[in-house]
Design a protein around this ligand. Structure first.
Ligand code: ADP
Ligand code: ASP
Ligand code: MG
Length: 425
């Protein structure tokens, strides 16, 4: 039997009892004959608590030191978990991201993995030990500093390790039973999906469904790693994330047009007001943002007013990049000659995702009609082949998600969406 990589999220190891329960599960897998590599997140809301603590010390902590602080969370859980596995009579060794060979670039807070050299992990499992790796962290190739891979990125550590080790499966253990048609915390009538294709899961993750980190799905697709998302609080089967092959598209009778509804509370909107309508202005604005490592999501440019030959450009971006982006844009105000900048972080994004959309007309109309009937105003719109997203007022996100879920007949007859733990933070 081959290597199994298991990732346990913060809610699964929230306290000593949780750690012991997870240890038992690891040992059971080992007893079935598998070599087990575990990736673990920080306990409960530790990462948020550490962040809050840093902000109490200084409003803008130096990114290098923030990474040093946050990676401590996973060091605590990995060592405790190794102790718990040992106490069950099985050898276990914990490793930091750096020790596990997770090599990254040097962008603190959202470093990208550039290589994995899991020599020590391989030796540990070859010797029959359980290897336990701290999630969401690595070491920069250039600076040799400790880096973090972005919030929720333990999933990515797990899938990247699974790819590097040639694991047969990467199991992601969390506080809900799998991937549902919407976040079960908002839609109790959400249904668990048995299988989701890579392309749909990529769109869901990119649209804010934090059940899986976006980059872990990209990895899984590129290196063909099967992901099984399931709960550590029960033994039931979860959701398989599989290639976009006949396996996921085959049973077209069963296949719903819509896979699910996702929402995102982490975005903000910036409007650059009064941009002169000249060649190259938009390029200049977005070059500056790219230079500041700001990821842009939606962009809307209004038709320019004939009288002024000026236009407004609005875009959305991660809220946490807001200050950075505003500062970068302020520096080019004279050069570009725009009037002013507006910042709005009271927005949210709601997205409808489904590969079946390609061949079914009328989805957009139905989506917008359901929002209208629920009294939700649409501020921005963007689409891909298999996704429609809207920006709405933050206070209307839940209403919009529920209305859309119902309008597309996704509600389950009987409630199956159990939230086993976690605070949803
Ligand atoms: P972990 O700490 O285990 O990584 P996360 O909090 O990152 O867990 O992700 C699990 C959470 O994702 C669930 O508790 C749920 O609130 C949320 N979620 C959002 N969208 C979905 C979805 N479509 N299906 C299941 N869970 C979802
Ligand atoms: N502990 C990190 C976070 O809360 C990484 C993770 O859990 O995936 O973002
Ligand atoms: Mg997560």
């Amino acid at each position: 039997m081959g290597i199994v990589v298991q990732k346990y999220g913060g809610s699964s190891v929230a306290d000593a009892d949780g750690i012991k329960r997870v240890a038992q599960r690891i040992v059971n897998t080992k007893k079935q004959g598998h070599e087990v590599v575990v990736v673990v997140s920080a306990m409960g809301d530790t990462t948020d608590d550490l962040r809050d603590l840093a902000e109490q010390v200084t409003p803008l902590p130096p990114p290098r030191e923030l990474d040093m602080l946050l990676t401590a969370g996973e060091r605590i859980s990995m060592a405790l978990l190794a102790m718990a596995v040992s106490s069950l009579g099985h050898e276990a060794q914990s490793f930091t991201g750096s020790q596990a060979g997770v090599i990254t670039d040097s962008v603190h807070g959202k470093a990208k993995i550039i290589d994995i050299t899991p020599g020590r992990i391989k030796s540990a499992i070859d010797e029959g030990h359980v290897a336990i790796v701290a999630g969401f962290q690595g070491v920069s190739q250039d600076t040799k500093d400790v880096t973090t891979l972005g919030r929720g990125a333990s999933d990515t550590t797990a899938v990247a390790l699974a790819a590097a080790l040639g694991a047969e499966v990467c199991e992601i253990y969390t506080d809900v039973a799998g991937v549902f048609t919407a976040d079960p915390r908002i839609v109790p009538a959400a249904r668990k999906l048995d299988r989701v294709s890579h392309e749909e899961m990529l769109e869901m993750a990119a649209s804010g469904a934090k059940i899986l980190h976006l980059r872990c799905v990209e990895y899984a697709r590129r290196y063909d790693v099967p992901i099984h998302v399931r709960t550590s609080f029960d033994t039931i089967e979860g959701t398989w994330i599989l290639p976009d092959t006949a396996d996921t598209e085959g049973d077209t009778v069963e296949q719903a047009i819509i896979a699910g509804v996702a929402h995102d509370r982490s975005e903000a909107k910036i409007t650059v007001v009064g941009v002169p309508d000249k060649v190259g202005e938009a390029a200049r604005i977005f070059e500056v943002l790219a230079g500041s490592e700001v990821n842009i999501d939606m962009v809307v440019q209004n038709v320019s007013a004939a009288a002024t030959a000026r236009t407004d450009i609005s875009f959305t971006l991660p809220r946490e990049d807001g200050q950075n982006a505003m500062a970068a844009l302020a520096k080019i105000q004279d050069e570009v000659g725009y009037d002013k900048l507006l910042f709005d972080d009271r927005v949210g994004k709601v997205s409808l995702i489904g590969a079946g959309m390609r061949s079914h007309p009328g989805i957009t109309a139905k989506f917008f009609a359901s929002l209208a009937a629920a009294g939700v105003n649409i501020e921005m719109i963007s689409t891909s082949e298999i996704r429609i997203s809207v920006i709405v007022d933050e206070g209307q996100i839940d209403t919009a998600v529920r209305a859309t879920h119902t309008a597309f007949d996704l509600d389950a007859d009987e409630v199956e969406a159990v939230v086993y733990g976690g605070t949803g933070r």
